[in-house]
Design a protein around this ligand. Structure first.
Ligand SMILES: *[C@@H]1O[C@H](CO)[C@@H](O)[C@H](O)[C@H]1NC(C)=O
Ligand SMILES: *[C@@H]1O[C@H](CO)[C@@H](O)[C@H](O)[C@H]1NC(C)=O
Length: 439
């Protein structure tokens, strides 16, 4: 090899060497200039604009060697697994050189996160409802083959997990639609069983004072991760996916409820939401109903699989925000999220006339097509209808369950990233964190 190189050099003309030297000097100048520009950006602009910061990240990060799956078309039958909390595509692996995918993170200030006691179990796609100082955390996957069927309770006053009780055996185990009036927790449809089984139409209500469950009239059709809220005495349920977990539903139904009981025999049809699909935040505040983010499409059961094994399907994550006012005649389109965001059903709180959203998932990585998690905290001001990024989470994470107590933003559970340089999902966690907010 060395001999060959030597041989090669001997045959280069003087002219060629000269050209190469000039080229080398120009290249060195360019690198030097890039460094100077980089320092200038870092010192003056790094938090002023998301776009500059994207460029800054690209320039400042050394190219790294990553082992990634080959970029490919979405195929219907590629198996995915969450096994021990690891979501992974079973594909051949090839080494490719490209920049860290963290360019998709938006610039965000740090928040003073403190770790609190972890939930008794790790949880993915669970749900939560806060009632005063108590935080009810419901169901969810432990692993893809094991689903929870109980409620854990966290006490914000003394920061302890202080209770656990069972859910009805025939209640869905993940992707529930949940809402509360401050005493009763309504649980609408959701996925029944592990892997990628279908949703159920069954609907339940929990009296948090007696911890007794009862049932309500089933939804007109099963829904997976429907947007759900209690508004003006009516449970409102819309969007989500249909029975196959993948096809977006646009339907919107409501039923009058009071003190944990349905006042009507059947659900009523309301104006359909302009865009269907699961994993959206649904918030009622100032007598308006907001539906934020989400996606169209999701994993579905592999045809013929006896265990309903999850297989990947095409998904589109979006940043749409819709609002319905009390007349409920027409959906209004509001300013979009700072980036597409999904898996945020219970990742929001209302603080000081703002909606705060923690984490989620954004569009697939453009090269390796993998799911990318979100590590930002977003604020939507209800007075000006504007979005901003107000902080970073301790790591990127989806399906967080968020609460707010005594000035602190809390979140627990979900599936976190593989590390600062890798926004793909890995461990399912039960960790609980809190940070003082200052809006
Ligand atoms: C929550 O903690 C406070 C302070 O320790 C305590 O007074 C209260 O009884 C607790 N609530 C429950 C339901 O455990
Ligand atoms: C909410 O607003 C009040 C009054 O302006 C302020 O004292 C409080 O710190 C704010 N809370 C947060 C979490 O920013």
């Amino acid at each position: 090899m060395a001999k060959n190189l030597h041989h090669h050099h001997q045959h280069q003309s003087k002219n060629n060497i000269c050209t190469k030297f000039v080229f080398f000097v120009s290249f060195a100048c360019l690198v030097g200039l890039a460094c100077i520009v980089n320092v200038l950006w870092a010192s003056s602009f790094s938090f002023s604009s998301p776009y500059l910061n994207v460029v800054y990240n690209w320039v400042s990060q050394k190219p790294r060697l990553f082992v990634v799956p080959r970029a490919e078309e979405e195929e219907p039958n590629i198996a995915d697994k969450i096994g021990d909390g690891i979501l992974e595509r079973k594909t051949g692996r090839v080494a490719e050189r490209f920049l860290s995918a963290t360019f998709a993170d938006l610039p965000a200030p740090d928040l003073p996160w403190e770790q609190m006691p972890s939930a008794p179990v790790p949880r993915l796609d669970g749900s939560s409802i806060q009632i005063k100082n108590l935080f009810y955390v419901l169901s969810g996957y432990g692993t893809l083959d094991y689903v929870h069927s109980h409620v854990d309770v966290f006490n914000f006053t003394d920061n302890t997990w202080c209770g656990r009780f069972d859910a009805p055996k025939d209640m869905a185990n993940s992707h529930l639609g949940v809402a509360s009036d401050g005493r009763y927790i309504y649980v609408i449809s959701g996925q029944y069983g592990p892997q990628c089984r279908s949703p159920t139409a069954r609907t339940f209500v929990l009296d948090t004072q007696t911890r007794r469950w009862s049932s309500l009239p089933p939804l007109p059709a099963p829904r997976y991760a429907p947007a759900t809220q209690l508004w003006r005495g009516r449970l409102n349920v819309m969007g989500g996916s249909k029975e196959n977990r993948h096809t977006p539903g646009l339907e919107h139904w409501s039923i009058a409820v009071k003190d944990g009981k349905a006042l009507e025999k059947e659900w009523r049809t309301e104006i359909p939401i302009p865009r269907g699909g699961p994993h959206r935040a649904c918030v009622v505040v100032n007598d308006r109903l907001f539906v934020i983010g989400g996606q169209e499409g999701d994993f579905m059961a592999k045809p013929g699989s006896p265990i309903f094994k999850c297989s990947r399907r095409k998904e589109v994550v979006y940043s749409d925000v819709y609002m319905l006012d009390a007349k409920m005649k027409k959906w209004e389109v509001l300013p979009p999220l700072p980036k597409p965001n999904s898996h945020i059903e219970c990742s929001w709180v209302i603080v000081n006339n703002s909606i705060i959203i923690t984490g989620g998932t954004t569009e697939k990585h453009p090269v390796n097509k993998r799911m990318m998690l979100v590590g930002e905290v977003f604020q939507f001001r209800l007075d000006s209808l504007t979005w901003s990024v107000i902080g970073k989470l301790p790591y990127r994470i989806k399906t967080t369950l968020a609460g707010f107590w005594d000035g602190y933003l809390y979140f627990t559970s979900g599936q976190r990233d593989r590390g600062p340089d890798n926004p793909q999902p890995k461990m399912v966690v039960g960790e609980m964190w809190r940070a003082k907010l200052n809006l």
